[in-house]
Design a binder for this molecule. Structure first.
Ligand code: ADP
Ligand code: MG
Length: 484
C-alpha cells in the first residue's frame, strides 16, 4: 500500500482529494430552531423550515457560522468576510425544499492547510481548497417495509461544513492520516464530534491515477464513505480498477460511484453531473454573510492550543520524539491525561506507560481513555514509586495490572500486598548466601570461568525475594561474593 501501482506497462501513481462533510456541533439546525440531538424518534425534530412548509423562511443560526469560522481558523485558512448562500437544485425525496442551501462561488472559508503526521515521523502538508456551510438532507428508510420507503427528516437542515481538500493525497495511508488529523483538529476545536459511526463525518473520495509526474487523470468520486478504513479500502479498490482499465487501453469515464463495504468494491451510481446541472443561484431568502475583522479576531483569540502546537511543545519542552508526541496529541483526552500524569515527572517514562501498557490494556477491555480505570494521577504515582525505588520496574507491571482491575492507587496496592522493594542489604545478603549454599556446584563452575551463570544467580535471588530485592544491590552482592 504505497500509493504506486505496478502495472504490466509501468508504474502508476494515485491522486486523491477528499470532500469531508462534518456535522457542526450546535444545539439547533442551520436555519431552524429544531434540535440536532442524535437518536430521537423519527420526525420529532423537524421545524417548519426543515419540512419546507410553504412560505417558511430560513433564519441563519449564528452559532453555526461561528463554528465554521472557528474551524477555518483552526485550518489556518483564509476567512472570507463576505460569503453567499446559494441554492443547489436537485431532487431528493428526503429534502422537501427541492434544493439544498449551500455555498458555491463565495464560501465562508478559503484556502488552508492540514499537516499530516506519518508513521515514520515525517510530516506532509495537504492543501485545503475551501470550507463552506450547507444543510444536510433527511434520511430515506428502505428496509422497514417491502413496498414502501419511509422518510425521517430529523437530519434535514442540520448544519454541515463541507471541507474540500486539494488533490494532494498520494496513497490510502495519507488519506487515512488526513481524515484522522482533520477529525482531531475538529474535536480540539469543539466544532464537530467527528463521530463517523453516527454520520457526523462522511467523506466523498475522489480518486484518479496517472504516470508519475504526468498531468492529473480523470477522477471518479466515491460518495458518502463513513469510516477511515472504508475510505482506504475504497481508494485501493478504485485505483486498481482504473489501472486495469488504462492498462488495457481503455479510458476512465468520470463517474459518481458507491462503495459496497461488504464486498469491498466500488460500483457506478451515475455519470458525473456538472455544476451547471445544479443551476446554482444565490438564495433570495438569505442575505450574504458579512463579518467584521474584529469579530473574526475575537474568535481567533479564543482558539485552544491545537494538535500541531501541542506536539511541538511536547517535543521542545518535554523532550519526546516527534512520533510519540504525534500519538499523544492526536486525541485531546489522551493529551490531557498525559500532561496531568507527566507533570513534574520523567515525561518519556510516562509516555511509555501510556502508549504501551495503558493503550494495550484499554484496547483489550474495549475502553477509551475517558473511562480508564487508572487515573492520570494514579499512573503518575506509579511512575514515582519506580523512580524513588519503592518498587522495581518488574513489580510495577503487576501493580499496574491490579490498578487496571480495581482502580485503586498504587501505593495502597504496594502496601497491602507487601510489594515494597527490599533495599536492606542485610536481608538480601541472607538470600544470596542461601542461594550459593544450595548450589555449590554452580558456584564452582562460575568460579571456574563459566561467567554466563551470573544470570542464574540473579534469577534465583530475585525469585526467592519474590521479585522485591533491589536489582542493583543483588548485583553488587553477587559480584562480591561469587568472586571471593
Ligand atoms: P466537485 O465539486 O464537482 O466534486 P471539485 O473541483 O470541487 O469538484 O473537486 C472535488 C474534489 O476532487 C476535491 O477534493 C479535489 O481535490 C478532487 N480532485 C480534483 N481533481 C482530481 C483528480 N484528478 N484526481 C483526484 N482528485 C481530484
Ligand atoms: Mg463533489
Amino acid at each position: 500500500m504505497s500509493g504506486t501501482i505496478q502495472g504490466a506497462t509501468g508504474t502508476w501513481e494515485m491522486v486523491i482529494g477528499l470532500e469531508v462533510h462534518a456535522q457542526i456541533t450546535s444545539n439547533s439546525k442551520l436555519f431552524s430552531g429544531a434540535s440536532t440531538a442524535f437518536g430521537a424518534e423519527p420526525n420529532t425534530q423537524v421545524g417548519l423550515v426543515d419540512a419546507a412548509m410553504p412560505g417558511m423562511l430560513p433564519v441563519i443560526n449564528k452559532v453555526c457560522v461561528e463554528q465554521a469560522v472557528r474551524t477555518g481558523l483552526g485550518l489556518k485558512a483564509q476567512i472570507n468576510l463576505r460569503s453567499v448562500f446559494d441554492r443547489k437544485n436537485y431532487f431528493y425525496p428526503d429534502l422537501p425544499q427541492g434544493y439544498q442551501i449551500s455555498q458555491f462561488l463565495q464560501p465562508v472559508v478559503g484556502a488552508g492547510t492540514v499537516v499530516l503526521d506519518m508513521d515514520d515521523g515525517r510530516t506532509r502538508e495537504i492543501g485545503i481548497t475551501r470550507l463552506h456551510l450547507e444543510q444536510d438532507a433527511g434520511k430515506s428508510v428502505h428496509d422497514l417495509s417491502p413496498d414502501r420507503t419511509y422518510v425521517d427528516l430529523n437530519r434535514s437542515g442540520i448544519a454541515l461544513m463541507e471541507i474540500v481538500s486539494e488533490p494532494d493525497l498520494r496513497s490510502s495511508e495519507e488519506a487515512g492520516a488526513y481524515l484522522r488529523k482533520l477529525r482531531s483538529i475538529l474535536r480540539y476545536l469543539g466544532t464537530c464530534d467527528g463521530n463517523m459511526e453516527q454520520g457526523s463525518m462522511r467523506a466523498d473520495v475522489n480518486v484518479s491515477v496517472r504516470r508519475p509526474g504526468a498531468d492529473y487523470g480523470t477522477r471518479c468520486e466515491i460518495k458518502n464513505v463513513n469510516s477511515v478504513r472504508f475510505v482506504q479500502q475504497a481508494i485501493e479498490y478504485e485505483a486498481q480498477r482504473q489501472v486495469d482499465i488504462l492498462e488495457e487501453g481503455g479510458v476512465i469515464a468520470q463517474q459518481t460511484r458507491l462503495f459496497d463495504s461488504r464486498k469491498g468494491e466500488t460500483r457506478s451510481m451515475r455519470s458525473k453531473e456538472e455544476a451547471h446541472d445544479y443551476r446554482y443561484f444565490p438564495d433570495p431568502d438569505l442575505l450574504p454573510l458579512e463579518f467584521t475583522q474584529a469579530w473574526v479576531d475575537e474568535i481567533a483569540s479564543s482558539l485552544p492550543e491545537l494538535p500541531d502546537d501541542r506536539k511541538a511543545r511536547f517535543v521542545g519542552e518535554l523532550g519526546l520524539s516527534p512520533y510519540d508526541a504525534g500519538v499523544l496529541v492526536a486525541e485531546k483526552e489522551v493529551a490531557e491525561f498525559f500532561e496531568e500524569a507527566a507533570r513534574d515527572r520523567d515525561a518519556k517514562a510516562v509516555a511509555n506507560w501510556i502508549m504501551g501498557d495503558l493503550f494495550g490494556a484499554l484496547n483489550k477491555s474495549g475502553l477509551d481513555i475517558a473511562r480508564s480505570p487508572i487515573s492520570a494521577a494514579h499512573l503518575g504515582a506509579l511512575v514515582d514509586l519506580i523512580a524513588d525505588d519503592t518498587i522495581s520496574g518488574r513489580i510495577a507491571k503487576d501493580v499496574f495490572d491490579e490498578m487496571m482491575k480495581t482502580g485503586r492507587p498504587p501505593a495502597e496496592i504496594v502496601d497491602q500486598r507487601g510489594l515494597r522493594q527490599v533495599t536492606d542489604s542485610g536481608a538480601i545478603e541472607a538470600i544470596v548466601d542461601a542461594v550459593m549454599e544450595s548450589n555449590p556446584d554452580k558456584v564452582a563452575e562460575y568460579r571456574g570461568g563459566k561467567d554466563r551463570l551470573f544470570g542464574f544467580f540473579v534469577g534465583q535471588v530475585m525469585k526467592q525475594s519474590q521479585g522485591k530485592a533491589n536489582p542493583k544491590i543483588v548485583n553488587d552482592l553477587l559480584q562480591q561474593k561469587l568472586s571471593g
